[in-house]
Design a protein around this ligand. Sequence first.
Ligand code: GDP
Ligand code: MG
Length: 318
Amino acid sequence: MSKRTLRQLIKSFKRHDIRALSELMTFVENDAQESYKILSELYPKTPHAWRIGITGPPGAGKSTLVEKLAREFVNNNYSVGIICVDPTSPFSGGAILGDRIRMTSLFLEPKVFIRSMATRGSLGGVASSTKALCDLLDAFKKDIIIIETIGVGQVELDIANIAYTTVVVLVPEAGDEVQTLKAGLMEIADIFVVNKSDRVGADKLAKEINAMLEMQNFVRQPRVIKTIATDGVGVSELYSEILAHKKYLEDTKEIHVRHRERIQNDIKELVLRHISDKIWHNKKISKLFETSVEKILSGKETPYKASTRIIKLFNNQK
Ligand SMILES: Nc1nc2c(ncn2[C@@H]2O[C@H](COP(=O)(O)OP(=O)(O)O)[C@@H](O)[C@H]2O)c(=O)[nH]1
Ligand SMILES: [Mg+2]
């Protein structure tokens, strides 16, 4: 894309053109260099949007809940951006399509913008792409950003680093819940949702979670909310609790700590990516890399020695 067109897109974005937002998002996801240009201009200097992470196992009802929750925010006059991340189905695209169908009623809502992230081929990784998309939605002056992501599995996105309020969604039939909680969800949840409360075991699960929470020493203990996402039951309670958590972070100034950490992480990540790009796009280094691999395979070298030599070569080239 020529410079001028990118300029024009950014200009249209600033005039609140939704198609420009959409096109810029595609660039941010697919092209590291354009992404750098776009975000150095549009990075939200004063954060505006409240970022909410909705996470939990597949099939827990996250998408159904996000749809209802977004509607609740819209009814209360907030504008909403939604990002669906599904790292477990990078090739089928099936889940993404499913989410689209589930949220069709929201597509007609002018105050809502929905984006399904193509997790394959996102250059800087899922986490940094998701962050960049959040920054764009923030710069677009969305009041609320909801990020739906899968909270168990190997390609788990570290949602708590991106969201200010993290909601963990569990369901009664999800087997050994205590086990799931041990797998890290306990640490990141600001709010627990027991969805599918129309099914047996919901009360028991809610009690189990509460019992586990009480054993820890929280400054502010996460609340456990029972919902039936398909019927919208408990959604307004969840909405209120999210706002209560937001108010808590603001009142205690904890939000400033989070903003500071986010800025620190952003800088570190960009520096790392920049250096790493420089290293791997260097022809001499690529050559040394290839010969090192051969040497290691034939037992003449180790990755440790090879990495030292590569860094040395990089430093000498500057
Ligand atoms: N019985 C019941 N089914 C639900 C509830 N919420 C969602 N579902 C169903 O659970 C299935 C998975 O929902 P989905 O929102 O796609 O889950 P996700 O994978 O976590 O996004 C769908 O068939 C929903 O209709 C609920 O509260 N009760
Ligand atoms: Mg989903």
